[in-house]
Design a protein around this ligand. Structure first.
Ligand code: ADP
Length: 242
């Protein structure tokens, strides 16, 4: 294959004119103002931009947690039916894994039981033990969250997100509460499970260093996509210097 040849990229998301206005009393807040964005199957993108620039709003709309005020969002060639709650529940349940800054684990359940909460309602899940093994926690199955470090708790939340074999993995500041070393391990796990499962993965971060891991870096400003940079020299999380 000639070095110039690009492998065919299959479009997974296509957003056109995506806007979101929140009404805070009298004053409308324009969180997104006309975002046009394509995301391709299997790619790893990092979303950068100042606080309040609309990154989380976009991620939540991509994941079906929030609805746009205007514009369209196609997923796999079909418009996402935001007005149809039942269809959106199925979409979230089958297609999307979320990882947040705070792990949102249930304290009274073990790691395995926290993951099983999701696999019990998924269509063709992996076993909780297998999901926990993928994130390097095969030896921590029966531990409760309080018996795990922050990084380990985040890895349980990643296992929970990927156990349903989602097509999309959406991570909102996944290392925001972690020190650099632990954050590196968590990013490494996210990159590895993304590659292994072939998910389309979007990671929001404040840490510009993390952008070096991405296939493309999407910069937000004032509710808009300010620029998109392809990253030709993607590095692993272990090579990042914080
Ligand atoms: P970022 O993720 O880049 O920090 P956000 O998407 O969280 O930005 O926020 C974009 C803007 O929308 C901000 O001004 C924020 O205050 C506002 N916003 C976000 N969510 C809500 C909400 N649920 N209600 C009202 N305003 C919101």
């Amino acid at each position: 294959m000639n070095a110039q040849t690009q492998p065919e990229r299959r479009l997974l998301y296509s957003a056109r004119g995506l806007s979101k206005t929140y009404s805070m009393g009298e004053v409308p807040v324009l969180a997104l103002r006309g975002v046009d964005l394509d995301l391709f199957e299997g790619e790893f993108v990092v979303l950068l931009g100042p606080s309040g620039s609309g990154k989380s709003t976009l991620l939540n709309i991509l994941g079906g947690l929030d609805t746009p005020s205007a514009g369209t969002l196609d997923f796999d060639g079909q418009p996402l039916p935001f007005a149809d709650d039942a269809a959106m529940t199925l979409y979230r349940r089958r297609m999307v894994g979320f990882v947040f800054q705070f792990y949102n684990l249930i304290p009274s359940l073990t790691a395995r039981e926290n993951v099983a909460l999701v696999t019990d309602i998924a269509e063709r899940p992996m076993a909780p033990d297998a999901a926990l093994a993928l994130v390097g926690l095969a030896a921590r199955l029966d531990h409760f969250p309080a018996q795990l470090s922050g990084g380990e708790q985040q890895r349980v939340s990643i296992a929970r997100a990927i156990a349903k074999r989602p097509r999309v993995l959406l991570c909102d500041e996944p290392t925001g509460a972690l020190d650099a070393e632990t954050g590196t391990v968590v990013l490494d796990v996210i990159a590895q499970v993304s590659a292994e499962l072939g998910t389309t993965t979007a990671v929001i971060t404040h840490n510009v260093v993390i952008a070096a891991m991405a296939d493309r870096v999407i910069h937000f400003r004032d509710g808009m996509v300010a620029s998109i940079e392809p990253n030709l020299h993607r590095v692993s999380a272990r090579e990042l210097r914080w």
